[in-house]
Each structure stands twice: as structure tokens, then as C-alpha cells.
Design a protein around this ligand. Structure first.
Ligand SMILES: Nc1ncnc2c1ncn2[C@@H]1O[C@H](COP(=O)(O)OP(=O)(O)O)[C@@H](O)[C@H]1O
Ligand SMILES: [Mg+2]
Length: 259
């Protein structure tokens, strides 16, 4: 598990609108890469191209390539459903299926992928995923209760358990803590730190302290103005991005002078 992603010359469109321009970036396995930048600069758009979620929007498309350990996710004959199995995603708002139990939520993606598994194997998989998401101890006595009965932070960890139950290579997270209180946020950050032992993790965050705490590398995106495309401005080790950035705009952003 855990793969390297090489993005080459990527342009991302919504119809005629070029939302993200000319991004080339290498995302290393077994590490956390953070995307930062002001609202509207294309962080979410770019993130969604990494598991082919972008193209579900009518008119949305990309140019360029996204290689995962050398294989182009946009190559001919590649099934986007299979890409999304390998590259899981966790969203800003935890979105457990409200009518499903905790266990059913964890296994929801596994069933969708139609892997036929026995009841005992399903239980083991649910436990492994919940342990992997640091949630097992809190829910082991109520696996058949609705997922919607959990706290916000627990629901977000449930969504992470659901993402890892399908055994992906990569986990994408789009502002996973933005709806959470500080304690739940720290629980997710601890978890992100554990996840990088097994997965390639990419996180979008508007919280620069969070990027500094959890990521190994940071990519700073920016836009020149409304209607202009987002661009990658600087990409480097997180320590360097926050202490000695090479580009003035990065310095201005990480020091809080704009955005
Ligand atoms: N579904 C969509 N259709 C058309 N334009 C969109 C859509 N989603 C986002 N955009 C536009 O793409 C640009 C980047 O948005 P987004 O990726 O959400 O930025 P960020 O996540 O950095 O705040 C913005 O101009 C936004 O209005
Ligand atoms: Mg966003």
C-alpha cells in the first residue's frame, strides 16, 4: 500500500473556465502532503482530480497526467471507479449514511465494490478499519447503532474508517477538521500521523498551524484575481515552507499577511 503520485502539466477546467493551471507536483508515499492557499485558489478542485472525482461534474475535465507509481490515472481504458477505490476521499463534513449502523457505514464501500466476504471476515475488516481510524474503543459496544448517533469528531473518524476499509493506496482529505472542535481536531491530526505509516496522505487545510503540525511537505496555491486560474506557487518541505520560503507570496501567506 501507499503509492507515489506524479502530476504533470495538469490543467483543470469547468467547461471553458480554467480553474487550475499547469500544475506539476510529486507526492511521496508514506508521507503527508498539505495543500494550502486562499479560498477559491483551486485546492479542492485539484484534490478531486487525484481520484477522478472532478469529472463527475458535467463539463468538467482535465489536461495533463496523474501517474500513480507510473500508471496514468487518466490513461485510456482506466476505470474511474477503480481509481476511486485506490484513492479514497474524506470530505469537509462527515457524511455517514444516516440509516446505516456504524458497522454498515464502515463496510459501505466494501460492499459497493462487490467483494463477497463472509460475516466473520466482515467483522474482522470492520474492526481493523475502526482500529485504524482510532475509533474502535469508542464504538465497539454499539456497532449496530446508527452512525449518525456519534459526535462530529467520531463521525469524521467513521468516514476515515470507511475510506480505509477498502484498502486504498492513497487517502485524500478536504479540510477534514473544519467542522470540528479543537479536541476532535487533535484526534484527527493524531490519526493522520498514524495513517502515513501505511498510506500516501494528502490534506487540504486552511489552518496553517495544522499544515505545519501534520504535513511533511506543503504545496502553496494562489490566484492572481477573480476569474484567474489557481496556480502552484511553491512546494517544499513543510519546515522550509514555514521558516524559509523561497517565494515572497508564500512568505506573505504563511505569515498571515493575506488570505
Ligand atoms: N462545480 C463547479 N463548477 C464551476 N466552477 C467551480 C465548481 N467548483 C468550484 N468552482 C470554481 O473553481 C475555482 C476553485 O474552487 P475550489 O477548488 O473550490 O477552491 P478552494 O478549494 O481552494 O477554495 C473557484 O473559482 C470556484 O468558483
Ligand atoms: Mg475547498
Amino acid at each position: 500500500m501507499s503509492k507515489r503520485i506524479d502530476i504533470k502539466d495538469l490543467n483543470v477546467y469547468y467547461g471553458d473556465f480554467l480553474a487550475v493551471q499547469d500544475v506539476s507536483l510529486r507526492i511521496e508515499p508514506r508521507s503527508v502532503t498539505a495543500f494550502i492557499g486562499p479560498s477559491g485558489c483551486g485546492k479542492s478542485t485539484f484534490l478531486r482530480t487525484l481520484n477522478r472525482m472532478h469529472e463527475v461534474i458535467p463539463g468538467a475535465r482535465v489536461e495533463g497526467s496523474v501517474l500513480m507509481d507510473g500508471d496514468d490515472l487518466y490513461g485510456p481504458g482506466v476505470d474511474p471507479v477503480n481509481v476511486r477505490r485506490q484513492v479514497g476521499m474524506v470530505f469537509q463534513r462527515a457524511n455517514p449514511f444516516p440509516t446505516m449502523s456504524i458497522k454498515e457505514n464502515v463496510l459501505a464501500g466494501v460492499k459497493l465494490n462487490d467483494r463477497r466476504i463472509s460475516a466473520s471476515a466482515a467483522n474482522e475488516l470492520a474492526e481493523r478499519a475502526l482500529r485504524g481510524a482510532n475509533l474502535w474503543e469508542e464504538v465497539k459496544d454499539r456497532l449496530d447503532k446508527p452512525g449518525s448517533g456519534l459526535s462530529g469528531g467520531q463521525q469524521q473518524r467513521l468516514c476515515i474508517a470507511r475510506a480505509i476499509a477498502v484498502q486504498p493506496e492513497v487517502i485524500l482529505m478536504d479540510e477534514p477538521c473544519s467542522a470540528l472542535d479543537p479536541i476532535s481536531t487533535l484526534a484527527i491530526e493524531d490519526l493522520i500521523n498514524d495513517l502515513k505509516n501505511d498510506y500516501t496522505v494528502v490534506i487540504v487545510t486552511h489552518n496553517m498551524q495544522q499544515a505545519a503540525r501534520v504535513s511533511d511537505r506543503t504545496a502553496f496555491f494562489n490566484i492572481a484575481g477573480t476569474g484567474k486560474p489557481g496556480r502552484l506557487i511553491e512546494y517544499n518541505d513543510t519546515d522550509k515552507m514555514f521558516s524559509r520560503p523561497e517565494v515572497q507570496a508564500t512568505e506573505d501567506y504563511v505569515s498571515g499577511r493575506f488570505g
